[in-house]
Design a protein around this ligand. Sequence first.
Ligand SMILES: [Zn+2]
Ligand SMILES: [Zn+2]
Length: 228
Amino acid sequence: MNECLWCHQKLPLRLTWDWLFSLKPLPQNYICASCLKMFEKTGDKVCPGCGRKQDNMNLCLDCSKWQHDHHLLHNKALFVYQQAAMKEYIEQYKFMGNYQLRRLFQKQIQAAITPYLKKAFTVVVIPVDQETFETRGFNQVCGWLEGIEYQSYFEMKKKYGRQKQSTKTRCQRLATKNPFKYTGPETLKEKKILLVDDIYTTGRTLYYAQEILEEKGADFVTSLTLAR
Ligand SMILES: [Zn+2]
Ligand SMILES: [Zn+2]
């Protein structure tokens, strides 16, 4: 019997007839139903651009700005970030490095990715910087993706652009400010990409990744985050 990784209570084993007659391994759960309820889902009414929970389906102000010079990412977010349980989770998993906690949301994230995989999307993870990786020892996004196929097309540049932004052309700005170094295949022609990250905050990170992927010829770039 295993326990809930969040409250450490024993988890009841729920066996279904379907499972008994399937040949699948024992279903594993890592979060109990009452803990899962503490994490607020984004629900049905969200901004179609970034996945922010709101009370209508209109494009939010931030996304209307992104729309000026980017294709909208149409980010899908599973949970609300500005909320105690999720903030605590991110703190313990990402910043304190409790690797066990990757399991808490593996099921939810992988279930959300499945429809994209069926439509032949390539799953690409957003990297962490070298220093964080060295102190923590893992990429929090890869922790959730255990067991499914994903690509790491980016590395975080060691240091980037300290020159005043206003003195550069837009092209220079994009090239120097972008924190990512592309390490993927030469061309992404006709590829559909699903970027996966932990939190959508301003969208800046994901749009930087999108800029590079589109430059490499990707047909379509969208994203999925645990929280928004
Ligand atoms: Zn629990
Ligand atoms: Zn939005």
